[in-house]
Design a protein around this ligand. Structure first.
Ligand code: MTE
Ligand code: QUE
Ligand code: MOS
Length: 752
């Protein structure tokens, strides 16, 4: 079964914020933003903007009735810069106009004088200057100081990984409509409707019950609309209130790229100690996270980096220290993997370098140290239903690692200017928001008298297929055709206090909530059926394929008849349910706890070919064995795995975000920022579903899929540098992602 709105999508019929029929009199908001990375605002003059034809108003910090504050975890971010600007692209005002063109003209007419201050762009420099957003966070297990004495090899190194632009197809945007009284309705392209509601209420100084946020769907989010969709929605609401007219803001692509944060760049140091036989005995790591100008989700992301510092491996002595460094770049934010990929790239680099020193294959060290059942993570949780070895061995067997190695070796002996490289990439990703309270969701289910259903949950559909999965869950519970079910928009008036759709938890949380709500209705229907069929024992009643069965034999009652009898009998055909993930906790004092409901495992084999004359490369194949649990929706799950892998490949290879010395984004268009296309995607992309692996902690034994496959892409970095290495075996490797064509060429042909 394909994703249920795919036909609408390809026909161009699905409506995104900018496609909605806006109410008559809707005005357009155009954002005026800081051209400099750091400075004091001396004078803001917008009189000439107001003279531009079609311009109605300029909205600034001075128009805010409540607080000029949009921070989520930490209250450190202004909606509109009032006294100082902290990054190039920071919003200062919006011009509200009849249409986009006059809005743009108005913004160009605004004059702002600054006293320029020196920007900090580098996280290590921020660290040196004491610019930390929170005190350092540390995870540790065993005794790192005494562990070094037991090691036969100790290797240290430095690892860099770059930012990544989300490049959702639908840019950030919102439409705000003033309602009677003080009310406001906001249609937003956000992963976090409640965050928008809460922040709008704070800025507008009205209670949350007067703000309705509605989210029909997103043209992609990838984490970029978890926190950073809020500002535009609140600006639109503020302007709508001021002018008492509907206001729409849609960011043009280039300005979206300039104004919004991306995946956090990290600069890291590691020290790894191993025994002669390849056991990792000690691992120490320091992460310098480039957080950008305000906290956003950086602290939660930093924490997830620590959670994934040892990836799929058991290491008895670990000390991982993480610094959240404030710089004058846009606030970096959530992006698929949420800090996990950055951590995994460091440990994989450490293993790669250790393998080189020891003269063994990295996969030898990887395999030797895989997590086993009951092994303890540095945060104190022990593995359960651990499938690290199972996935690795299945991949090894299925994709025949040893003969692939021989083939590549032979190829490299026979070819002088073209080289191949292979890499194995195991992944272990924890499922749950590590901030425990966020692991909750609710659902509201209505059954109408024609037998059709309308379901609301907290889940936001952003292309990941959560609606198709919830539909499938409901259709299985009632045993009715999925066509009878409609998944409603995500709306704060129908489902309150929602966590963002994030952390790959959308289906787990909302699927369980929908399941519980459906079961409440089903129980009532079964009771009604038992009554009309004159039995006291409701366990004799079943609904199967839209028919009511008594003791396994068909009755005259079908789904629609049953619904109507229930209605006539005045039985409620609506239900609401709340779900909270059981048995998880995390103690931030001790940095220990069972933070995750379960883990997702898998192993990929990546092959790349490098043209050593030109520095270009192709990804020949990515082959993965992945633990999907028992998939609710295999087509969607495969799509998530393939999409995640290609996005991960992009982060490691082509996608390079470059800011100049003044903190200005140079790669602010698709001509300068390169993402994988169909030609770059691996020639062979195999995702094998690990068999017979039910997950007791997921709905219908399924597992979360949104983020974990992203990290298979990390294998591409090592496949490429392994190929480079066979061209210049004596030159030492650098760990600095993305490994762009330019970097490949420089490494192959320079003598530094
Ligand atoms: N897939 C598509 N097509 N579009 C997206 O925006 N976001 C990813 C992933 N897959 C995304 C996607 C991210 S960052 C997350 S956290 C999950 O989907 C969120 O959805 P889920 O929790 O329902 O899996
Ligand atoms: C994974 C996530 C998130 C997370 C923790 C994870 C996430 C998120 C938050 C978070 C934490 C504290 C807050 C808040 C959000 O934590 O997406 O508003 O106060 O938003 O392990 O994906
Ligand atoms: Mo995903 S980064 O948790 O939105």
């Amino acid at each position: 079964m394909r994703s249920y709105d795919s036909i609408q999508h390809v026909r161009g019929e699905s409506k995104f914020v900018d496609d909605l029929t806006a109410p008559e009199g809707t005005l357009f908001g155009y954002v005026y933003y800081s051209p400099i990375a750091h400075g004091k605002i001396l004078k803001l003059s917008f009189e000439s903007a107001l003279k531009v034809n079609g311009v109605h108003s300029v909205v600034t910090a001075a128009d805010i009735p409540g607080e000029n504050q949009i921070g989520g975890i930490i209250l450190d971010e202004e909606l509109f810069a009032s006294k100082e600007v902290h990054f190039a692209g920071q919003p200062i005002a919006i011009v509200v106009a009849e249409d986009r063109v006059s809005g743009h003209k108005g913004a160009k007419a605004i004059k702002c004088e600054f006293e320029k201050l020196k920007p900090i762009l580098d996280p290590r420099e921020a660290f040196e200057k004491g610019e930390l957003i929170i005190p350092p966070k540390i995870f540790s297990i065993g005794n790192i100081d005494s562990a070094w004495h037991q090691c036969d090899y100790i290797i240290d190194g430095k690892v860099e990984s770059g930012a990544q632009e989300h490049l959702y197809l639908e840019t950030q945007g919102a439409l705000a409509i003033p309602l009677e009284g003080e009310g406001i309705r906001i249609i937003s392209s956000t992963q976090g409707p409640t965050a928008v509601q809460k922040t709008a209420a704070r800025v507008l100084n009205i209670p949350m019950n007067k703000v309705e946020v509605d989210v029909p769907r997103l043209g992609g989010g990838f984490g970029g609309k978890e926190d950073q969709a809020t500002a535009w929605a609140v600006m639109a609401a503020l302007a709508a209130k001021k002018l008492n007219r509907p206001v729409k803001i849609i960011l043009p692509r280039q300005e979206d790229m300039r104004m919004t944060g991306k995946r956090h760049p990290y600069s890291s140091d590691f020290k790894i100690g191993l025994s002669k036989d390849g056991k990792i005995l000690a691992y120490q790591v320091w992460y310098y996270q480039n957080a950008g100008a305000s906290a956003d989700l950086s602290t939660a992301i930093l924490e997830r980096t620590l959670f994934h510092s040892t990836n799929s491996y058991f290491i008895p002595n670990v000390k991982a220290t993480a610094y959240c460094c404030r710089t004058n770049l846009p606030p970096f934010t959530a992006f698929r993997g949420f800090g996990g990929p950055q951590a995994m790239f460091v440990i994989e680099s450490a293993i790669h370098k250790a393998a080189e020193v020891m003269g063994v294959e990295p996969s030898f060290i990887q395999k030797k140290n895989l997590l086993k059942e009951g092994d303890e993570f540095p945060f104190g949780q022990k593995t359960e239903n651990c499938r690290a070895v199972k996935c690795f061995e299945e991949a090894e067997k299925r994709f025949d690692f040893s003969s692939q190695n021989l083939r590549v070796k032979k190829f490299n002996e026979e070819n002088k200017l073209v080289k191949k490289g292979l890499a194995v990439m195991p992944v272990c990703f924890g499922i749950s928001f590590t901030t425990t309270f966020l692991n909750q969701a609710s659902a509201l289910v209505h059954v109408y008298t024609d037998g059709s259903l309308r379901i609301s949950t907290a889940a936001v559909e952003m292309g990941q297929g959560v609606n198709a999965k919830i539909m499938s869950i409901a259709s299985q519970i009632f045993s009715i055709r999925p066509e009878r079910i409609l998944i409603d928009t995500t709306n704060t008036s129908r489902v309150a206090n929602t966590s963002p759709t994030a952390a790959s938890k959308g289906t787990d949380l909302n699927g369980f909530a929908a399941m519980d709500a459906c079961n409440l209705i089903l129980e009532r229907l079964i009771k009604v059926a038992a009554e009309v069929l004159h039995t006291d024992n409701s366990s004799q009643i079943k609904i199967k394929d839209e028919l009511v069965y008594l003791n396994n034999s068909k009755t005259e009652f079908d789904w629609i008849k049953l619904i109507n009898i229930a209605y006539i009998k005045r039985v409620s055909l609506s239900a609401q349910a709340h779900h909270a993930t059981p048995n998880i906790f995390f103690d931030r004092e001790k940095m220990k706890g069972n933070a995750f409901a379960y883990h997702v495992f898998g192993t990929a084999l990546v092959e790349a070919t490098v043209d050593c004359l030109r520095g270009t490369y192709v990804i020949d194949s990515v082959k993965a064995v992945h633990d999907f649990g028992k998939s609710i929706h295999p087509v969607t799950d495969r799509g998530q795995a393939e999409g995640g892998i290609v996005q991960g490949l992009g982060w490691m290879t082509l996608e390079e975000v470059i800011y100049n010395d003044e903190g200005k984004l140079l790669t602010d268009a698709l001509s300068t920022y390169k993402v994988p296309d169909i030609h770059f995607a691996p020639k062979e992309l195999v995702v094998h579903f690990l068999e017979d692996v039910p997950n007791p902690y997921g709905p219908f034994q399924s597992k979360a899929i949104g983020e974990p496959p992203f990290m298979y892409g990390i294998g591409a970095y090592f496949a490429i540098i392994n190929a480079m290495k066979s061209f210049r075996p004596a030159k030492s490797i650098i760990y600095n992602a993305p490994v762009t064509n330019e970097k490949v060429l420089m490494w192959l042909h320079s003598n530094d």
